[in-house]
Design a protein around this ligand. Structure first.
Ligand code: BES
Ligand code: ZN
Length: 445
């Protein structure tokens, strides 16, 4: 590995650019500045665009008529690091152990987007120019739903005009397995609070006299699914596009199945909607997830209290056919209808993003697959969908009118969003190779 490349990645990772936490806003801004410097240093014209949230970084080479225009999108923001005690080494102090880089953002998405930047840098150094007109668009709000990016796209539609978009913010089905992703789930977030008494109460003095909000929220959450894991919200599955038979056949042959899911997750058994494999459930079926739940005493030991309020943070993963606003409305109706007596509900809609599905056999899709094949010689290519969401991808289609190619390098055990997030050095190197092959193939294909 070129040690300067690894040094660059480590510098990039050391910024704790956690977009959801106001106390890190300065770190997010510094990370964006670093990126502008890096992009300028490799010979691109780079600019920082302030938004009402975190800045957007845009960089381009000199555009020439008659060449294809390719946009490469990624994000420099990361998810929170908690629970901190579960990290083997500090999250923002990257280290390599057994060929694997450990740090928050190593996979999602700093390692992957920087591989593109460094690939472009190498091509510029070796050849003096790129085979395409290139635009880098790297934002700082992906992990909070890309709040200000859509506005930026609308306002700068002409400057951002391109023929297609490439993203490495998705996964690889197994090590050294070139993987082309043609679908993503969408997402809709909601926070629900259940209010009870005006103040926290002694559970001995008042227990039995008024409803307990923590009990009420538990009952409410329990109504979201039936006992077999199917979502029990009226109309939730109405618009779900069915899986195609070719997908089911192809996915059944992938080198990743039920056993691998158990190994990676450490769960005792797989669980979910009946009639589908785990991959089918994760990639092509919608879900309702509790991401956080709380209320009452969270400290060590016991405290006899009835909390005045309890909360749950929910996200719904959506599949083609479903629309976030429609799902949030249906969830609201469900929650109001199932609210236990004696408490008041407060429902707040959060961020959302549409699902995405593209044709893996389009001309650009095929060009991307040739680039993947060239980057991993002799390995079978996997065509997959993913369960994760990149909210802006469908907005790219709506505002810029272009399709997105998803060419990720994250492994199933990368621990994205969790303690000990990691990215193999070899995947970082593969990302640099892939960038070069991709621009060459897209210039031709
Ligand atoms: N890189 C992920 C999305 C992803 C992960 C796609 C794995 C495919 C496979 C991205 O950074 C992410 O985590 N997105 C969030 C979006 C949300 C917070 C709006 C997600 O999916 O939870
Ligand atoms: Zn992420």
């Amino acid at each position: 590995m070129n040690s300067a490349h690894l040094d660059d990645l480590f510098s990039f990772i050391r910024f704790p650019s956690v977009s959801t936490e106001p106390r890190h806003a300065g770190d997010v801004a510094k990370c964006a500045d670093w990126l502008v410097q890096k992009l300028t240093g490799i010979g691109l014209k780079a600019e920082l665009h302030a938004t009402a949230g975190h800045p957007i970084v845009v960089a381009r080479n000199e555009h020439k008529p008659g060449r294809r225009t390719v946009m490469i999108y990624g994000h420099y923001d990361v998810q929170p690091v908690e629970p901190l005690a579960e990290w083997t080494s500090p999250p923002f102090e990257p280290v390599v152990r057994d060929g694997i880089i450990y740090a928050r953002g190593s996979t999602d998405n700093k390692g992957q987007i920087l591989a593109h930047v460094l690939g472009v840098g190498e091509t510029l150094r070796e050849k003096g120019e790129l085979p395409v007109n290139l635009i880098f668009l790297i934002e700082g709000e992906e992990e909070v739903g890309s709040k200000h990016l859509a506005e930026f796209l609308s306002a700068n539609r002409d400057a951002l005009r391109c023929d297609l978009i490439a993203i490495s913010d998705t996964g690889m089905i197994a090590p050294r397995t070139p993987t082309f992703t043609y679908g993503l789930r969408g997402i809709a977030a909601m926070e629900v609070r259940v209010h009870g008494p005006a103040i926290d109460l002694h559970s001995g003095i008042y227990g039995g006299t008024v409803a307990n909000p923590a009990t009420a929220i538990a009952r409410l959450v329990a109504t979201l699914h039936d006992a077999k894991g199917r979502v029990a919200i009226a109309g939730f599955y109405d618009d779900v596009a069915p899986l195609q038979q070719w997908e089911r056949d192809a996915w059944a042959k992938l080198p990743f199945g039920e056993k691998d899911i158990l190994a990676v997750t450490g769960a005792a058994e797989t669980f979910g909607e009946e009639g589908y494999t785990s991959l089918e459930r994760a990639w092509a079926r919608p879900t309702a997830e509790v991401n956080g739940i709380g209320g009452g005493f969270q400290g060590t030991g016991s405290k006899t209290v009835i909390p005045r309020v309890a909360f749950v943070k929910l996200t719904f993963r959506l599949v083609p056919g479903q629309r976030p606003a429609d799902i949030l409305a249906k969830v609201r109706v469900h929650l109001e209808a199932h609210c236990p007596p004696g408490v008041r509900l407060e429902i707040e809609d959060g961020h959302s993003g549409d699902p995405y599905l593209t044709d893996p056999h389009s001309a650009f899709g095929k060009a991307a697959q040739r680039a993947l094949a060239a980057s991993f010689p002799g390995r079978d290519l996997a065509l997959i969908r993913e369960g994760g969401s990149i909210p802006i991808v469908n907005t790219f289609r709506e505002i810029l009118g272009v399709e997105t190619l998803l060419l990720g390098l994250a492994l199933p055990d990368c621990r994205a969003h969790a303690p000990n997030e990691n990215f193999p050095v070899e995947n970082f190197e593969a990302g640099i190779r892939l960038n070069k092959a991709l621009l060459e193939q897209l210039a031709r294909g």
